[in-house]
Design a protein around this ligand. Structure first.
Ligand code: 13P
Length: 250
C-alpha cells in the first residue's frame, strides 16, 4: 500500500534568518505527524543549513531542481551527487515555472529525472496543463506527452523510485485549486497510463497534487483515491499552515 507524501517547495523565497525560523517551526511540529512522509525543498544555498537543523529526523530534504549531467563545465547547475552530499533525498524536476519561464523542454526534464535516479535521489516529476490547454480539452494529451518523454528515456521502470506531482498550471499560486474531482480525474489518468505498462509500479507510485493547497482544502483533496499527498508552494512558507496540510495527509 502506497503512503502519502507532502513536500514543501519554498521556491525562491526566504533569507537565512527566515529559513531558520521556518525549519525550526516545522521541526517542532513533526512529532504530531504519524504516518505521512514530509519533505522540504529549500532554495539550494540553504540546503546545508536546513540539513544541519533537521538532523537525522523524519523530515526529508529535497532540491527544487537538479543538473542533467553528473559534473563538469555546466555553469549554474548542481549535480545530484552534490545534493546527496548534503542529505537530499528528493529532487523536483520539470516544475511548470522551469518549463514555462526557463523554457525547459520535456526532453531536458527527462534528462534531469534520469540524473536524479543515477545519483540515488527520488525525482518528483511535475506535470500539468495550462489553462488554455484544459479549455481546449488537451489536458490528457499534455500530461501524457510529459510522461512519455520520461518513459522514452528511462522506461516504465524509471517510475519505480519516483514521485509524480500533478500541478495544473492555472492552479499554481492563483488561489484557484482544482476541485477534488478535477484533480482525481487526472491522477487516475496518470495511474492508468502507467498501469498499461506495469500495474505494480503504477499502483505503488505516489502521485501528489499541487496548486493552491492549504490547510483548509487539503483533507478533501487527499481523500481522493489517487491523490497521495501534495506539493505545496505558498502555504509551505508558514510552519503552522504546512503542518496542518501534513496532518491532513496523516
Ligand atoms: P502554490 O501552492 O503556491 O499554488 O504552488 C504550488 C507549486 O507550484 C508547488 O510546486
Amino acid at each position: 500500500m502506497r503512503g502519502k507524501l507532502v513536500a514543501g517547495n519554498w521556491k525562491m523565497n526566504g533569507s537565512l534568518a527566515s529559513v531558520r525560523e521556518l525549519i525550526d517551526g516545522i521541526n517542532r511540529g513533526m512529532d504530531t505527524i504519524q504516518s505521512a512522509g514530509v519533505a522540504v525543498c529549500p532554495p539550494a544555498v540553504y540546503i546545508p543549513e536546513v540539513a544541519a537543523r533537521i538532523g537525522g529526523g523524519r523530515l526529508a530534504l529535497g532540491a527544487q531542481n537538479i543538473g542533467d549531467q553528473d559534473g563538469g563545465a555546466f555553469t549554474g547547475e548542481i549535480a545530484g551527487s552534490m545534493l546527496r552530499d548534503f542529505g537530499c533525498r528528493y529532487a523536483v524536476v520539470g516544475h511548470s515555472e522551469r518549463r514555462s519561464i526557463y523554457a525547459e523542454s520535456d526532453q531536458l526534464v527527462a534528462r534531469r529525472f534520469a540524473a536524479a535516479r543515477r545519483a540515488g535521489l527520488v525525482p518528483i516529476l511535475c506535470v500539468g496543463e495550462l489553462l488554455e490547454e484544459r479549455e481546449q480539452g488537451f489536458t490528457e494529451a499534455v500530461v501524457g506527452r510529459q510522461l512519455d518523454a520520461v518513459i522514452e528515456l528511462e522506461g516504465i521502470a524509471g517510475f519505480a523510485d519516483a514521485v509524480v506531482a500533478y500541478e495544473p498550471v492555472w492552479a499554481i499560486g492563483t488561489g484557484r485549486t482544482a476541485s477534488p474531482d478535477q484533480a482525481q480525474e487526472v491522477h487516475a489518468f496518470i495511474r492508468r497510463k502507467l498501469a498499461d505498462m506495469d500495474a505494480g509500479i503504477a499502483d505503488r507510485l505516489i502521485i501528489q497534487y499541487g496548486g493552491s493547497v492549504k490547510g483548509a482544502n487539503a483533507a478533501e483533496l487527499f481523500s481522493m483515491q489517487d491523490i497521495d499527498g501534495g506539493l505545496i508552494g505558498g502555504a509551505s512558507l508558514d510552519a503552522g499552515e504546512f503542518l496542518a496540510i501534513c496532518k491532513a495527509a496523516d
